[in-house]
Design a protein around this ligand. Sequence first.
Ligand code: PEP
Ligand code: MG
Length: 488
Amino acid sequence: MRLGDEQAAIFEVQAALIEDPEWRDPIFGQVARGVRPEVAVAESTDALAAEIRAIPDEYLQQRAIDILDLGQRVLRLLGPGEVASLADLLDGPDVIVAAHDLTPSETLALEPGVVKAIVTEGGGRTSHTAILARQLGIPAVVGIPGLLATVRNGLVVAVDGDEGYCDLEPTGDIARRFSAAAPARDRPLLHAPVRTSDGVEVHVLANAATPNDVRRAIDAGADGIGLYRTEFLFAGDELPDEKVQESIYCEAAAAASGRPITFRTLDVGGDKDAPLLELEQELNPFLGVRGVRFSLARPELFSSQLRALTRTAVRYPNVRVMVPMLTVLEELDLVRDLAPDATFPLGAMVEVPAAAILASELAKTADFLSVGTNDLTQYVLAVDRTNERLSSLYDELNPAVVRLLGSIAAAAAATGTEAGVCGELAGRPLAAPLLLGLGYRHLSVVPPQVQNVKRAITACTLASAEVLAGQALRATRTVHVAQLLQPT
Ligand code: PEP
Ligand code: MG
């Protein structure tokens, strides 16, 4: 398997869809009436995909591609023999795939070495094409209006997947900048913490959810794991008991090979479901019983996780633990009370505005701070992070978010407390100088970005990063912050 469990879940959904009566019953019905199976599959698939596209919710609309993927795969099996796949049609060393949209299995069949980038007319940031491409390390820009009317074979296209930038037929400076960027695979892997060109050390860690993710991240040169999402363990069809948890945490901690690994305690609720934990239905789940609020409401479950982590830390001193969605200082005290024998450093995630505003106080009681920019952005801007209709308003470079990031780093520095960033913003190489300039020295990123972020750090000086951060802190519009990050 090339990817992680999170990505495998996309295909588990397809496996479940095959059993879905909404898709399957019309097929069986038509076949019973004498319709050819291929026709029945195609018609049922198209009808269900059209129904999903008609739902007035862009996130759900994007799930139509999963239905079409399932239909195509079944049609292939029913077909007369080998049908050329998209991957078979590609030839030449520098391929950019332009499509209306790609199904998850089409995306997965693309070889990262052969396909340099993917550009699509359809899809949004949460589309499965975008998620899988990111994990494969193939730059992808999705949702480009009018793409197929312009693009043609042989066209030179500049694609920056990190920044969602695509230029069909670039000229001048832009063409020069993109041609100068050497392909990642031709450059030596940077292990160990890197330094800015004026000598400031920065740790680039990775985000993970399974022991395999940890191995892959360390192989990719990560300086440790800055965020291990333990909730994936609880999202399956069996709840892990304390022993199972301990063995998985130990496997992950061993895979980090002595480098720090920060386990985040259970973070369910909001966008993270765990059916077996039977979360209550709520009107506003993102403002509801999620993260540490859920854990504290289920002290037996939470104590058992903390005991498993405590025992893991006894065997692996590289273990650290952090608590998601802290709102008030008392929550951290309650976590400490539930883990009386803990020897691990206990950190606080800063992702609720109240925690950000009280960062000075939090920095005095927590052993370290880790800023979850994904949630912090959603709460500062009052924009649901999964709502595609508001995706243009959801921007981590909004000046209000940038100023808050600056004040958290300053508060942590005043007490000498380590502050890192583990949200998606940390994995954007162009944002690295901004985060450094604001004072962050620990960035935890998606594994394919480890090397790119390390290179961005080695290419800048702290002095220039601080000038940039100063300008960003004075900016009043998101677009101005974004302009500051563009290379000159
Ligand atoms: C965040 O909110 O930035 C974060 C890292 O946590 P998650 O995305 O898992 O909520
Ligand atoms: Mg979060």
